[in-house]
Design a protein around this ligand. Structure first.
Ligand SMILES: Cc1cc2nc3c(=O)[nH]c(=O)nc-3n(C[C@H](O)[C@H](O)[C@H](O)COP(=O)(O)OP(=O)(O)OC[C@H]3O[C@@H](n4cnc5c(N)ncnc54)[C@H](O)[C@@H]3O)c2cc1C
Length: 452
């Protein structure tokens, strides 16, 4: 049996960061992937959704911009670019690239079959290593809806079918009102699909600031998306070519497809680790501050159930690589940006006002309608939108949270992300000089409103 320095199980963004750093440091590495190198993110999540959203977004922007009219959508062209960006679901170039760097690449589902040292099996092949890094990601949760599993696969979409779609459906019922549900609803509605989105709780994006939730709901309704909150899909039945869904409030919705956006389940329990005495928390691998599960066993990304984002998976990958290479590095999850790529973009970072109050902070907040305060929204669009909210701790004189709604908010939220992460004093932020005219100038206006 070959003994290596490191075995990486799962080659999504988290696994890729660890693998790249280990190879660059000259370590002997085995990479194990059961589907495609690049992971969920590269083929069925972040990348295809952002490509698919871009066409309808640009169309909307052209309609809103001075001097342009709404262009036509070209679905075959958009689909072709999506296919290029997901490499036609072919990772042979990635496999070749890792082999050229000296990695042993194993195809198939890994199982951890022994410890001291850690031993991993893929089919008939077994390898051992000083360190095993689990980066196996997460799968879409299928909610317990009566009749759901009896519908054919073409009628029920998870993120996989939604991101690899070949035809745009005439109607869609999206279950779940958090980031994935909003992005998929935004894309489909932008392509002309009649969309209903069903959310169990009272608000879309219910973990974010209520103001942000209200803004996205308003925007969706203006775009013709039917938003059904405080409702659940109880039953689905086949009706002709489509589906008839019955909701908990008695409403019935006819739809061509049911789109599941009901959360993700970490895939830590498919590796046999429980049998080796490793404790799991419902599919998740609990990690310490170094992303360590047990001596020589590490985990990164969605499988850790810590903020399920690619940027977090990559960050944890850097932390693990540092630790394996001898630098004691700790993961600090302060100020992880949370973006929903709808149009306009929705972004948040740090604590919401409610969370800050629950933590006992002496809270002061500010909210600015950027169209009232700035020039940039009006140079950008004839009927612009833009909002920025800040949450600050009067005691420390620092920002602790922010939310943003407007064009390119995913970019300008990073001013707040950096300020919160670094604990920059509000007084110092007020003394910065933002470029005119930008959305980022909104911070100057909002910072002045804070009672600090
Ligand atoms: C629709 C959608 C859109 C998203 N958009 C964004 C976004 O814009 N930005 C963002 O930051 N996040 C986004 N996310 C979240 C993001 O996709 C995940 O956080 C990210 O993919 C996690 O990376 P990972 O490395 O942990 O796992 P994954 O990307 O899930 O990769 C895990 C890999 O492990 C492999 N694997 C699993 N089990 C085994 C096994 N036993 N043996 C071998 N290999 C195995 C899998 O095949 C897979 O390739 C989105 C998610 C969805 C669903």
């Amino acid at each position: 049996m070959e003994h290596l320095d490191v075995i990486v199980i799962g080659m999504g963004p988290g696994g890729e960061v660890v693998a790249g750093k280990m190879l660059a440091a000259g370590r002997r590495v085995a990479l194990i992937e059961r589907e495609l190198i690049g992971g969920e993110c590269g083929y069925w999540a972040c990348i295809p959704t952002k490509v698919l959203l871009r066409g309808p977004e640009a169309r909307q922007e052209a309609a809103d911009a001075p001097g342009t009219t709404r262009p036509d959508l070209d679905w075959p062209d958009l689909r072709a670019h999506r296919d290029r960006m997901i490499r036609d679901l072919d990772d042979s170039a990635q496999v070749e690239g890792y082999r050229e760097q000296g990695a042993r690449v194993l195809r198939g589902a890994a199982r951890v079959v022994g410890r001291d040292p850690w031993r991993v099996a893929v089919g008939q092949t077994e390898v051992s290593a000083d360190h095993v890094v689990v980066a196996t990601g997460s799968s879409a949760v299928r909610p317990p809806v009566d009749g759901l599993e009896d519908l054919g696969p073409g009628l029920v979409w998870t993120n996989r079918e939604a991101t690899t779609l070949t035809e745009v459906p005439a109607s869609a019922l999206v279950i779940g009102g958090s980031a994935v549900g909003i992005e998929l609803s935004g894309f489909l509605a932008g392509m002309g699909t009649r969309v209903s989105i069903v959310q169990r709780g009272p608000r879309l994006l219910d973990r974010e600031d209520p103001r942000l939730c209200a803004l996205v709901t308003e925007r969706f309704e203006a775009a013709g998306v039917e938003v059904r909150t405080d409702a659940q899909v109880e039953k689905v039945e086949r009706r002709g070519e489509g589906v008839l869904a019955t909701l908990s409030d008695g409403a019935r919705v006819r739809t061509d497809v049911v789109v599941l956006a009901t959360g993700r389940r970490p895939r830590g329990d498919e590796l046999g680790l429980g049998e080796l005495g490793v404790e799991l928390d419902g599919g998740a691998l609990p990690v310490d501050q170094h992303c360590r599960v047990a001596p020589g066993l590490w985990a990164v990304g969605d499988v850790t159930a810590r903020s399920m984002f690619t940027h977090v998976a990559k960050y944890q990958g850097r932390v693990v690589a540092d630790n394996i290479l001898g630098t004691r590095s700790r993961a600090d999850y302060t100020a992880v940006p949370r973006v929903v790529f709808s149009f306009p973009e929705i972004a948040a970072v740090g604590l919401t006002e409610d969370q800050a109050r629950e933590q006992g902070l002496d809270v002061t907040t500010a909210e600015v309608d950027l169209t009232q305060a700035l020039a940039r929204p009006w140079t950008y669009a004839t009927d612009p939108v833009g909002h920025l909210g800040l949450v600050a701790d009067r005691g420390q004189g620092v920002l602790v949270g922010a939310w943003a709604f407007g064009p390119l908010a995913a970019e300008w939220i990073h001013t707040a992300a950096l300020a919160i992460r670094m604990g920059l004093p509000v007084a110092a932020l007020r003394d910065s000089i933002p470029q005119f005219p930008t959305f980022n100038e909104g911070y100057q206006v909002a910072l002045e409103e804070l009672q600090i």
